[in-house]
Every structure is written in structure tokens, then in C-alpha cells.
Design a protein around this ligand. Sequence first.
Ligand code: XIL
Length: 642
Amino acid sequence: MKCSLILTAIMICLNSISISAQLTLKQAAENKNKYIGTILNINFFNGENGTNETAYRTIANKEFNAFVAENNFKSGFLLRGNNQTTSNDLLNLTIADINTSNLNKLMDWGTANNSIVRGHVLIWHSGLPTWFEAIASNWNDAEIRQFSAKYIELVMSYCRDYPGGNVDEWDVINEIISDNNPANYRQTYSNNGQNVDVWFKNVAISAGGQGYQSFIDFCFTTAKAIDPIPKLYYNDYNIEVYNRNQNSKNGFLRNMVKGMVERGIPIDGVGLQGHFVSGTMSQTQVDKVSLTMDYIIGLKEGMQSLITELDLRICGNESNLSTQAQEYERILEMALSKKNSPGLVFWGFTDKYSWIPQFFDGCDDALLFNRNFSEKPSYAGVLNGINKVTTPTAQSPFNNSPFIINNNDTTVIPFTEFDNGGSGIAYFDDTKGQETNGTFRANENVDIAGSIVGFTEAGEWMEYTINVINAGVYDLTLNTTSEFAGKANFSINGNNISGTINTPNTGSFSTNYTNTTIPIPLEAGEQILRFTVEQGPINLQNISFNFNNTLAIVDLEPELEEQLELKLYPIPFKESFVITLETFKEAKLFKIFDLSGKMVYTQKHDGENIAEINPIGLQSGIYILSVDYKNEETGIFKILKN
Ligand code: XIL
């Protein structure tokens, strides 16, 4: 920058002013590469609906860089026929049935303000046109899907193709988990005190009872096919606070999303609504929300976790504005310091237009500005929270270089030497603090005691960066103790490479460390190995790798390998070879033929996940192996005997 001497003096002066000047929320967030969002009621602008809220507009523009429609993207506002007793043909919707001007307004605003736009919501049991349920509740599974697919297609493709505008994130499904205990997919909801069936309830009986799951998968897959660019979210409330109990709403959410990820359903993130009660969001409670976000982020590379509808209502005398400000500060700092949490969205900014008083008796004052659009203490709390945001540490090997695995040494990885990067990135431990005697890596939330990791529970995992020099099959040995029989597995990039490993009950948690060895195939190169406990508790000492000279990896028919998760090694083989097969129970028979087509060997499977095939007396040469699967010849492989 060039300036004259006099100007320089002024510049210095100006600079010091601008340094001490308070940042707006979006400026503070931009400094951290995050966005900060709010619902926006465009109808309050320009005198529409009798309002002309200049202050509303000014604050929205000044403080926020992400926007979501409070109601205008909901089907009640998009499906024409609103307030009528009849509708157009819902099963054969066209774009003429969609009130697209409601979509335009938010996208235009987003473009004009260079902001993120959230699309809320495509499929929901609520926010419907008044006449909708009477029609839709009679639909069968096929009709529900037909409507849903068409609705998703029309709304998403309109936004995708809208000139100059777009939607960055879609809530594909909102609130499909019930509040019951045990939680389940939602079948009813309360409407004016009445329990009403959700309009898509009839999917429940389809797909052999898996109807809800398959309907959810279907909606996400449909959405992805319409527009592959926006992030696709599942959004819900009362899922924020971590709860180990699988029957809790949080537990149900975790299992539901994990299942979707494992089935390869294109879900990019989970929206945690965050309608909290002020006075309840202690640091301990916020840490539990943090754990849920870590769990979600840990599900797959790039998986996002986002607080989508934050407000902190004050009910009765349970809290006050300064407590609320502290709570906001905690939540903002925590949420925006997460990897893959791209921003945070508030459910409004002024108490003048908050849904709270209407929906929660005796509660109010949930937001950042009062009814006259003046900043409340909560505003400063939010700003402080954003300013305290730290960038998460990228994952890296504990000793700065990966564990080297090769074909002539034994590599030993102490379980305690999991990667750097922290919770949700390098490990997930949701029962932290059970081992109290450790000082090693004491700032990590993993139960480390001396040289072991203890109190491991189902679902907990740790990652280790390895560098495999020689591809091949390695004998992997786990060194563990437990007073229970345990189960665990190893995966790379979400692919389970070990199957379930059974670890023994050694009669004690502290002595009798015992080895369990299984063969695992490893490809060459640097990669991240994830160890996951399937059934605990197990106390873990170390993992060692020894190259198995007799085994080598073979490329199989990719189709069958995928279908059955089948691995076969070594090829060429000497005496015997091994097949591992995830869905092994279904396999019936292995047959080996010579090249003239003569069967030279058969072996029945014995029901285990790993079978050793031992075709005694074969000459060296090429043979054909077939795997009979459910009584059909499914797999044919070429094998070579040395
Ligand atoms: C609320 C709106 O704020 C109200 O104006 C409307 O009457 C009902 O819906 N979770 C959600 C939001 O996903 O869509 C809800 O918004 C609040 C709870």
C-alpha cells in the first residue's frame, strides 16, 4: 500500500481504530473460515404483509452470511392449493404446482449478499398445506415414493437451474425420529393436542418392515441424482446431547446415520437443530453435544455436522441474560471449532420474531437482539465465542512419521500411540475419564492407563497412520486382556479388512495379556488404519504385524468380491489357501475344477468367516475355483498352485 507521509499517519490512526473496532458476527466468522446464519423472513421487507422492517433487513445483511427460510421453503408454502380444500393432482405434480416465487426470494437474497443458502426442508411430517394430510394419508408405499420423488425433483431442480442463485445445503428429511423411549421412526405427531399419523406412515409396512429406512435412503438417493452439488442433510431436534443408550433419540440417530453411511447412501451431514433451554447448557452439557458432533464427523471422510436452528429460550426464572450469553459463547466456540462444521445457523436474531413464545409456554428472549433490534448480552456472548474458535489439528501420526510395515520386520504399534488430531478425527471415546491414573497424553479423551488403553466400549475407535512398504497378507496380532469375551475389527477408508476379531476373556483386566492373531491383507502405501471395538470392555496393549510369507494377495472378480466381501489368498498357493467371506453363512460349497472341466476337489464350508481350503494332492498348475452361494454358482475364480 502506498501513501504520503501525512496519509500514512492517518492510516496508522485508522488502522488502530479498525483493529479495536468490534467485528460483526459474519466478519468474525469469516476470520475463522466459517459462516454464521439465520432464518430470514423476506416477507418483512419492502412493506410486504404490511411490514417494512428496515432494521431487520439491515441487521440480516450486516451480521449474517448464511440464510434459511423460516417457513417459505416448506411444502405448506410451496404447494399451491394452500388454504383450499382440494389440491391439484398430487401424484402427478408439475412445476406449475409449486409456488416458486417463495424459492426465488431467498436465493436472490443469498446471491445479492454473497451468502450460503440452506434449503429447509424437502420431506417433513409438518409444515404441510392444510388439505395435504387428508389425501396423502391414504397413499400406499409406491404413491408416497412417487409424490416424494417428484416433489424433491421439482423443488431441487428448480433451485439448481435458477439463474444466478442456488441452494448450498438441503435438509432432505426433517424430524423422522420419534420422541418415544425407545426411539423409533416417527409414526405420529402431536397436532393441536391430537396424535396424528404422519402422512408417510404407510412406508412402514414395505420392504419387509424396513420401509422407513428404505424410504429415507430413497429420498437421499433421489436428491443426489437431481443435484449432486449441494450438501444433503438429515436434520432433527433432541439429538444434540450424546447419550450412549441405543434406545435414546440420540442413539437411534447415530445408528440410523451410521447405517446410511455403511450402505453408501449419499448423506453429507447431520443438522442438530439446537433449540435449547437456557440454564441447561453447562460446559458438561455442551461437551456432550460436542461428542455427538465428533461421532458424526467420524462416520466418513468429509461428513459434516452443523447446528442448524440455534436458540436458547429463557423460561420462567430459570436463567438470565448473562447466563444465556455465557451459554451462547460456549456453544459457538465448541461448534465452530469442529472440523467439518462449516458454520452455524440461528433460528432468528430478534425476539420480536421468534417462534419461541408461541410454541413454548412461558418462554421467551431466546435470541441475540431485543424487540427494538438492540444487541442483548447474548450478542456479545456469540461474538466472544466466535473469536475463541480454534482450528482443529489435522490428523497426523503420533510420532510424526507413520508406522512402517514391511516384509522383514515385526512392527509393533502401542495402542496408546494413536494419531494426533483429537476426538472425532483420530479417535472416538465416549466413556472418557474412566482411567484416572494416566499422565501420558492426559489431554486426550481416551482412557489411557500407563501403557494401555482401557475401558474400551462398543463403537469406540482409534486410528493409526501406517505406511505399508510391501503389499501382502500380514499376520496381525492383538495383545489384550479382559474379563469378558470381546470383539473388534480393523478398517481402512471405511472398508472392514479384518472381519470381526474375537478377543479372549483372559480372566483379568490387568494381567494375562494374550495374543490373538488373524491374517489381514494390506495394500502398499501410506494409509490410516482404524481399530473399532465392537464389544467391550477390552484392555488394549499393542498391535503387531508380521509379513506372512506363504500368502499373497490376488485380484478377484471385482463383482463377487464386492457382493460377498470375499477375500482369497494366497494365490498362487502351496498347500492350502484361505477365503474370508463376510456373508459366509450363505455359502454352501467350494469346488475346484481342472482346465478340462473335471471336478478335482470339493469342500463344504464349516460356517466360519474364514475357511482354509486344502486341496490335497493337486499338481502345480491352473485350476478353477467355484463358490456356490445360496445354491447358485456365483463365483468363478482362476487359481494357481505352485
Ligand atoms: C417453525 C417456525 O419457526 C414456525 O414459524 C412455524 O410455525 C413452525 O415451524 N424445527 C424446525 C423448524 O425444523 O422448521 C421449525 O420452525 C422449528 C422446529
